[in-house]
Design a protein around this ligand. Structure first.
Ligand code: SF4
Ligand code: SF3
Length: 510
């Protein structure tokens, strides 16, 4: 195996014996095989709605911490093989099959950005929103990632991937807000109740909705975990009195938090970490998530909801969760809510009460060096506002950072895909202040990345022309020195560094 697609790649070089994420060599090799077959499919077929959806689902399965189940990946390979009629020779197998370091780097950057796009496209498709342009680009990009040796062409495809990521996040935003309403300011409890609960993690809101509906009279409570926290912000979910609160933090603490939750856990997408004995009998996967030996809730049949009765029945037999925290957190600052506060925000900027916005979106992760993001949040002057999305927020969303004239200093827009909201807000501010360039806004980026959705978000920001983005806690292992040079020269990308120096630089607009 060789995998370097996430921020926790071994020695920031690549995992070659076993993944730091727990992915074994056989699973990594099967994922490589699936991606290779998808490239052959893209080289030999025109994109259709049906094939596009299939490719999006398949790529989503290969995202970090999404699916560890060899049987499921094998089944997906078999379906792809049936589509391509056994043709396999046209695309390289595995990352290292591309010898030139810069070409490899650009091909993988594109492939990982595409995986992020695929995940968001799949979420939108589940809610009935699809766009053939997204699928067509997936095919074109996969073909490019398989064949192109031309660095300029690959750079172009990466920027196009950024544009498609914007299109896809916008589509998903439309799907989510269309189905569940516009997120609004919400206080979410982080303590526990006295009834047994089901803990729902991952990003899939339709799974969440169906589970809420099926469990509403069962005498149990529903809790969110990790990236499901923003579900509380949607009006549609607030209707359910048994939606209790959020339990725990970002994905990497699940080995202890799932144990103390005491009840069943539903993983709707990434991030799953190696399942521990203490909760292996009460964790379930669904959708494209998978883990060997873990019960899987089957896909919905046309026109029907998924059947969550097994998980609800199990919950009734479990003790209530053990409290690990108390209090509440506030979120729900997606574009509609922030634009409703626009007058207040603009007045605060004009009066100097808000000096700067700092976008601290993205992913959380295990590395101790991620303490940097907590330290930055604490070190930022009191006249700054942090705009966040994704599970990166858990590094600072429980700090008491106060507010500026009633505007909280941490504005959580939602899941990582809701980074789209932050873009809408930035573009609105640009318009209100009559600026000709987004980079003239009092806005800095200090992004945390872990898996491939963050790669898609980063490419989206680059495609939109944002410059001077800080990225950490390390730069990707798959970015070669040659490609890093291009990113620095054209986009002024920087690695996160010393907290005080970074804060001072951001406040000075650098
Ligand atoms: Fe390593 Fe990350 Fe790949 Fe897992 S996903 S094998 S941790 S690089
Ligand atoms: Fe987190 Fe996995 Fe990326 Fe959607 S849940 S942001 S890491």
């Amino acid at each position: 195996m060789f995998c370097f697609q996430c921020q926790e790649a071994c020695r920031n070089t690549g995992c070659d014996i076993q993944g730091m994420c727990g992915k074994k060599a056989d699973t990594a090799n099967l994922q490589d095989k699936l991606v290779q077959r998808l490239k052959v499919l893209a080289l030999t077929h025109e994109a259709t709605m049906e094939l596009g959806r299939f490719v999006a689902e398949s790529l989503f399965m290969t995202i970090t911490n999404a699916n560890f189940d060899n049987d499921r990946i094998n089944a997906q390979i078999a379906k792809t093989d049936a589509l391509i009629g056994g043709k396999t020779a046209d695309a390289p197998l595995g990352v290292l099959a591309t010898a030139n370091e810069d070409v490899r780097s650009l091909r993988e950057l594109l492939t990982y950005g595409l995986k992020g796009v695929a995940a968001y496209a799949d979420h939108a498709a589940i809610l009935g929103q699809e766009d053939i342009a997204i699928y067509k680009f997936m095919f074109k990009a996969l073909a490019g990632a398989a064949k192109s040796e031309d660095a300029n062409e690959l750079v172009g495809l990466n920027l196009e991937c950024g544009n498609i990521a914007v299109t896809t996040m916008a589509l998903l935003d439309k799907a989510n807000t269309g189905a569940y309403g516009n997120p609004e300011i919400t206080s979410v409890k982080i303590g526990v109740g006295t009834r047994p609960g089901i803990l729902v993690s991952g990003h899939d809101l339709l799974d969440f909705k169906e589970l809420l509906e099926q469990s509403k009279d069962a005498g149990i409570d529903i809790y969110t975990h990790g990236e499901m926290l923003p579900a509380h912000y949607y009006p549609e979910f607030k209707k359910y009195a048994h939606l209790y609160g959020n339990y725990g933090n970002a994905w990497y603490k699940q080995n202890t938090e799932f144990a103390s939750f005491n009840g069943p856990i539903l993983m709707t997408t990434n991030c799953i970490t190696p399942v521990q004995d203490s909760y292996k009998n009460r964790i379930f996967t669904t959708g494209l998530a998978g883990y060997p030996g873990v019960k899987h809730i089957a896909d919905r049949k046309p026109g029907q909801a998924k059947d969550f009765s097994a998980i609800i029945a199990l919950a009734k037999t479990c003790p209530a969760p053990t409290a690990i925290e108390n209090g509440a957190i506030v979120g729900g600052f997606a574009h509609n809510q922030v634009l409703a506060l626009a007058d207040k925000v603009v007045a605060a900027v004009k009066s100097g009460a808000i000096k700067r916005f700092v976008v601290m979106a993205g992913c959380d992760g295990r590395h101790k060096t991620r303490q940097y993001f907590t330290d930055v949040a604490e070190a930022l002057p009191k006249d700054t506002v942090i705009l966040t999305a994704g599970c990166a927020k858990y590094r600072y969303n429980k700090l008491q950072l106060g507010d500026i004239g009633g505007i909280p200093r941490v504005l959580d827009a939602g899941q990582c895909n809701d980074s789209y909201s932050l873009v809408v807000i930035a573009l609105k501010l640009k318009e209100v202040f009559g600026l000709d360039d987004v980079n003239k806004l009092p806005l800095s980026f200090d992004l945390a990345w872990y898996e491939q959705k963050a790669v898609a978000v980063l490419l989206a920001l680059l495609a939109l022309g944002f410059k001077g983005i800080r990225l950490g806690p390390t730069l990707p292992a798959f970015v070669s020195p040659g490609v890093a040079k291009v990113l620095v020269e054209n986009f002024d990308i920087k690695a996160t560094g010393d907290v005080a120096a970074d804060v001072a630089a951001m406040m000075a607009g650098n």
